[in-house]
Ligand binder design. Structure first.
Ligand SMILES: Nc1ncnc2c1ncn2[C@@H]1O[C@H](COP(=O)(O)OP(=O)(O)O)[C@@H](O)[C@H]1O
Ligand SMILES: [Mg+2]
Length: 275
């Protein structure tokens, strides 16, 4: 049975970059991989499918809206299913998993690049598919940390029994300060950082080439970070389930970091004496 990895986080934090590179690293390691994107702009699989054109999934018998597919890097099956998740069509995305195209592919891993924040309409795979794993992507800013906290809340309530946790990926890191901020938040919630991926101009290069970093820049620091992430996913690394912070706890935590950052920026410590 395939392992389902559900990649979530605020819009723009790097979910598609993470999903495609994780899928590429798993495929490079010899796994049979499917990457499913749920963004109607078909952006999720662009780097993994490269120059292979997206074609309508054949023999689609689940309504007029047809998902598209291509075979990409190392035989990875790329599917764009964004149209299936627009309002009223949510349930159709589950039908994909039983389509002959996917079944014949016999995937070990299905990576779901979910254009999704808590409260939106993505459905977890049906229980017959086993318990999926949630991988949360964030950058260093407070708005994406807020979404992480909401996802942790969702994981402890709605998805407390039908979803496992695979850790946090910090993406687009612009320096050690931001790594400290997120690491502190993650340890405050009792869990762990799975991967730290720096900001890199090579990500744009790979976007322009329509290739993942694994393909376009195989020796880059970021490619190694994705291979390491893939190994932890392969090994089903045990990750502590996070708690979430209530409004007051989150505000206190954020204020502490606001003070630290302004002290660093201004060189003035809280009691007024300069450093
Ligand atoms: N580590 C990184 N370094 C530099 N640019 C990045 C990095 N990760 C993502 N990006 C860029 O940020 C933008 C948003 O990334 P994307 O993966 O599409 O986010 P999401 O899928 O969460 O909306 C893209 O233009 C991508 O190239
Ligand atoms: Mg995306």
């Amino acid at each position: 049975m395939a392992e389902h990895i559900i990649v979530v986080g605020k819009g723009g934090v790097g979910k598609s970059t993470t999903s495609a590179n994780l899928a590429a690293a798993l495929a490079e390691a010899g796994h049979r991989v499917v990457l499913i994107g749920y963004d109607p702009r078909w952006s999720a699989t662009a780097t993994l499918r490269g120059t292979s054109p997206l074609l309508p999934v054949p023999e689609w018998q689940n309504g007029d809206v047809v998902p598209h597919y291509a075979v990409g890097f190392k035989g990875a099956l790329c599917i764009e299913a964004g149209e299936l998740t627009i309002e009223g069509e949510t349930s159709r995305s589950a039908e994909l998993l039983y389509h002959p195209l996917l079944v014949r592919h016999r995937p070990n891993f299905i990576v779901h690049d979910v254009a999704w924040e808590p409260g939106a309409s993505f459905l977890l795979p049906p229980a017959s598919e086993g318990v999926p794993r949630l991988l949360v992507v964030t950058s260093g800013d407070m708005t994406s940390i807020n979404v992480v906290n909401e996802l942790f809340s969702w994981l402890n309530t709605v998805a407390s029994s039908n979803c496992r946790f695979s850790g946090v990926v910090i993406n687009n890191l612009k320096g050690p300060l931001y790594e400290s901020i997120i690491s502190d938040f993650v340890s405050r919630t009792g869990t762990v950082v799975m991967a730290s991926v720096p900001h890199s101009v090579m990500v744009s290069v790979s976007d322009f080439y329509n290739q993942t970093l694994i393909e376009a820049a195989p020796w880059s620091h970021n490619a190694y970070a994705y291979r390491k992430l893939a190994r932890q996913i392969e090994d089903s690394a045990v990750v502590p389930r996070p708690v979430y912070l209530n409004g007051e706890e989150l505000a206190n935590w954020a204020r502490k970091w606001g003070e630290i950052i302004s002290e660093l920026e201004t060189g003035v410590v809280r009691d007024g004496s300069s450093i």
